[in-house]
Write a new protein. Structure first.
Length: 304
């Protein structure tokens, strides 16, 4: 159960960022060429309050957002959100803070690379496999893909984290996209340096060479049908620390409610994804592989 102090802390952090963001946007706002002044009408709820409500939902107390908003926000937290609108109106206001929440993740919430990173992907099904042909909300966008848990109709979330359990960056693709796809790594590799530890699904000589040229050393295990090879003892130890990113997968799905089949629009799905990632950044129980250890930010690899 999330405490009142935690909600206040989240609101102060998010609302301060929202105000600074609005001030920077106002500085670079362009005047309309036809001279028509556009009206910027404020909603009853501020952007900071909307973002706080979305983030607090993903702390695992409620499984249904409508029940959470009607019986928790508008009843138990009425003093904190006195201007709370109706549920239908709040669903309409969600899309107003999408880009602001994305900038909040990028500029404030996400961690930085420490030279020791872990990469993994997880399936995000949008419906049961038996109903994939009848799904109309994600028609033409969701795809069929096979992971370690079987077939899935939906999307795939690729992300990286550091040794302190902080998410560095993420990439959302269709469920049929390979983890070794260059399009995926063009996004993930921008924030990485040093060593990146992955499972056997990322074994690819071409991918290893491309990342090595950018100063990234991809470390994976070996398959059963592969020849044995020498590996530094440090790399073997860090491969066993991959439980960090596996724990993040578990927390995103079971605690932050990243996966459910009640989406009624694409916007609702994206807001649920972004808010779940933002909520994880406020968790106090992040898994850690090492404590107090960092690598200097450099593109030079340590070969020996």
């Amino acid at each position: 159960m999330i405490t009142q102090d935690k909600i206040t802390d989240i609101f102060c952090t998010v609302d301060e960022f929202s105000k600074k963001f609005d001030m920077e946007i106002a500085k670079g706002e362009l005047i309309s060429s036809n001279g028509i002044r556009r009206r910027h009408r404020n909603a009853s709820l501020s952007d900071g309050e909307i973002m706080t409500i979305l983030i607090v939902f993903h702390f695992g107390t409620f499984a249904n957002f409508k029940h959470y908003y009607l019986h928790y926000i508008r009843v138990h937290l009425h003093q904190d959100f006195p201007d709370a609108v109706s549920y239908n109106r709040f669903v309409e206001l969600e899309s107003r803070v999408f880009f602001k929440l994305m900038f909040f993740l990028k500029l404030y919430a996400f961690g930085r690379c420490s030279g020791i990173s872990f990469v993994d992907s997880t399936m995000i099904p949008v419906c049961h496999n038996l109903r994939r042909y009848a799904n109309k909300v994600f028609k033409g966008m969701a795809t069929d893909g096979k992971g370690t848990m079987g077939w899935c109709h939906g999307f795939k979330l690729h992300f990286t984290c550091n040794d302190r359990g902080e998410i560095i960056t993420f990439c959302l693709t269709g469920a049929n996209v390979d983890d070794r796809s260059p399009e995926v790594w063009n996004v993930l590799a921008k924030e990485l340096y040093g060593r990146v530890f992955a499972d056997r699904g990322y074994i690819s000589p071409r991918l290893f060479e491309d990342l090595f040229k950018d100063g990234i050393h991809l470390v994976t295990g070996i398959r059963v049908n592969m020849k044995n090879r020498l590996m530094p003892f440090w790399d073997k130890i860090m491969l066993r620390k991959r439980f960090v990113i596996e724990c993040i997968n578990d927390m995103l799905k079971n605690t932050a409610k990243l996966v459910h089949s009640r989406h009624r629009s694409i916007n609702n799905f994206l807001m649920n994804l972004v808010a779940a990632l933002a909520a994880y950044c406020f968790y106090d129980n992040k898994p850690e592989a090492l404590q107090g250890y960092t690598i200097e930010h450099t593109k030079q690899l340590i070969l020996f």
